[in-house]
Design a protein around this ligand. Sequence first.
Ligand code: APR
Length: 234
Amino acid sequence: MERLIRNIVILTGAGISAESGVPTFRAADGLWEGHRVEDVATPEAFARNPALVQAFYDARRAALETVVPNPAHIALAQLDQAWRGNLLLVTQNVDDLHERAGSVRLVHMHGELKSAWCTACGACHRWEKPLADDPPCPCCGRAGNLRPDIVWFGETPYEMGRIEAALAEADLFIAIGTSGAVYPAAGFVDRARAARARCVELNLEPSLGSERFHECRFGPASVRVPELVDSLLA
Ligand code: APR
């Protein structure tokens, strides 16, 4: 007998924002092609060359002003608004397209471009402007301590307790537009399987962990995501 779906966990990666014009990481023309991870996405890189790291994220933050949510973000927001059971959207993306589409039950496990973190006082602030000019922290007033609120390689993703709890109760796990190259997110499918959830992958092509999903539907997120949401809300 098919299991009744009440609790849904959705994981999104860079592929869901690709059709909005945000580059993915591992494509031939992706973000990591122009930059070495070790130069811009580790705490050591920031300690070594803060100006380079701030410039990299300042450019990505500014680029958000030129993009808008696509039908995949919008469909997930509609699902969030209509779904009466538990739902958690976990994104690895640091863009703000899910919230701009209207998603509320949302976790940014890898941080957010539009957030700045003061390493002196620990406060986090909504941040739309550049950080390269070392602005003072609005909380403690000290300059030179604000860094992008991004989870770099070697750092611990946000809200893992909440995510693990949701996965342990999941009836349906959906991974969208992620290559399955980066843990712990790449292991969520195993947590969901252990909870006996049905696991569905939506991606342009098979991810590294495709065979761990019960079902894979390939194609652009702007098509595959609205299709799946329609079937869940039918
Ligand atoms: N629709 C659906 N999937 C797509 C689309 C699209 N239009 N375009 C690309 N994809 C797929 C690619 O085939 C690929 O499998 O999205 C995936 C993107 O993979 P990555 O570039 O590796 O991005 P992601 O999985 O989100 O990376 C995870 O790695 O670098 C770190 O912290 C960074 O959060 C990021 C993490």
